[in-house]
Design a protein around this ligand. Structure first.
Ligand SMILES: *Cc1c(COP(=O)(O)O)cnc(C)c1O
Length: 337
């Protein structure tokens, strides 16, 4: 029985054609800036997303950390969602390694940081306070594409108050797909953007940080300091290039399958649909039935993210086809809630 792994869009296996591209990639020492495939990936994404410069790094966590450390210095502060990845799911790296104080703002249900709350959190210039330097957003957030017009409103506030403006765009292309807009319209206005290639785009490893050349020069230095100066990384960049060539347009299929899952699950007695956003579906069952449901799904070869968020999370991706969706729906239907 084939396992259907809906825990995350990070679990994809590199396609054969991707593996071939990796094997053939010309490579060099990226610490010297001499890996042609890494350079091509960086140049390509910078051009496509409207930035002067880009840096290929191992993970989204490192990419965000380098961005925060490049915008802020020791004793500075960044404003961030209380449920944002950089604040909550990255081990507190900005504080631990960057001596940067986070100022979390409770997010609205749509993932936005209410701008009046952001503005109220900006500290006066006074030795009592950390220096507020940066506003960081996340798009998509728990699958939600932020309201498109909010991006420009947040930009306006950042400009008016002299803050840098960072986007954790781990799933930038899912957001662009949801808006039906080119990705560069989603990144417009940000001073830095982090994009993951290893989520829905299906590369085995890698994220890219985008910004102006000064910011990226600082980020490159911090990448080295944090042990991320890698050598013949072109094999990984080749996988990323392949993902950009072949796996962007198809994200719409993941969103359609998530919608199909949500529609079918919402019709099952005992299951409560909490939401369906881009490639993510959230459902609840009565808490005492949760562990039995997990066992039931496991015997059907289905893996879900249970107990990590308040709801059960199902994430569609490259390796989930229509049959996988149907098998999942059948397994949910055959459980006694
Ligand atoms: C996955 C993710 C990251 C970090 O990516 P890693 O490569 O796992 O370190 C950052 N932000 C968001 C929103 C993510 O989903």
């Amino acid at each position: 029985m084939r396992t259907i792994d809906l825990r995350s869009d990070t679990v994809t296996q590199p396609a054969e054609a991707m593996r071939d591209a990796m094997l053939r990639a010309p490579v060099g020492d990226d610490v010297y800036g001499e890996d042609p495939t890494v350079n091509a990936l960086q140049d390509r994404l910078a051009a496509e997303l409207g930035f002067a410069s880009a840096l290929f790094v191992p993970t989204g966590t490192q990419s965000n950390l380098l961005a925060l450390m490049s915008h802020c210095e020791r004793g500075d502060e960044y404003i961030v969602g209380g449920d944002a990845h950089t604040y909550k799911f990255e081990g507190g790296g900005a504080a631990v390694l960057g001596s940067i104080q986070p100022q979390p703002i409770p997010q609205a249900a749509d993932g936005t940081l209410p701008l009046d709350k952001v503005e109220a959190a900006i500290k006066p210039v006074d030795p009592h306070f950390a220096r507020t330097r940066l506003l960081a957003l996340e798009n998509t957030w728990h699958g939600r594409a932020l309201p498109f017009e909010y991006l420009a409103q947040a930009r306006e506030l950042a400009t008016r108050r002299g803050l840098g403006f960072h986007l954790d765009g781990a799933r930038l292309y899912n957001a662009a797909t949801a808006y039906g807009r080119p990705a560069r319209e989603v990144t417009a206005g940000f001073d830095s953007v982090s994009v993951c290639l290893s989520k829905g785009l299906g590369a085995p490893v890698g994220s890219v940080l985008l910004g102006d050349s000064k910011l990226i020069d600082r980020a490159r230095r911090w990448r080295k300091v944090t042990g991320g100066g890698w050598r013949q990384a072109g094999m990984l960049a080749a996988a990323a290039m392949h993902a950009l060539d072949h796996h962007v347009a198809r994200l719409a299929e993941d969103h359609a399958r998530a919608r199909r899952l949500a529609d079918a699950l919402s019709a099952i007695d005992g299951l409560t649909l909490q939401g369906c956003h881009t490639n993510m579906v959230f459902v609840d069952v009565p808490a005492p039935r949760l562990q039995d449901l997990a066992k039931h799904m496991a015997t059907h070869g289905i893996r879900l993210s249970i107990g990590y968020l308040p709801s059960i999370r199902l994430v569609t991706h490259l390796d989930i086809d229509d049959e996988g969706v149907e098998r999942t729906v059948d397994a949910f239907r055959s459980f006694r809630y």
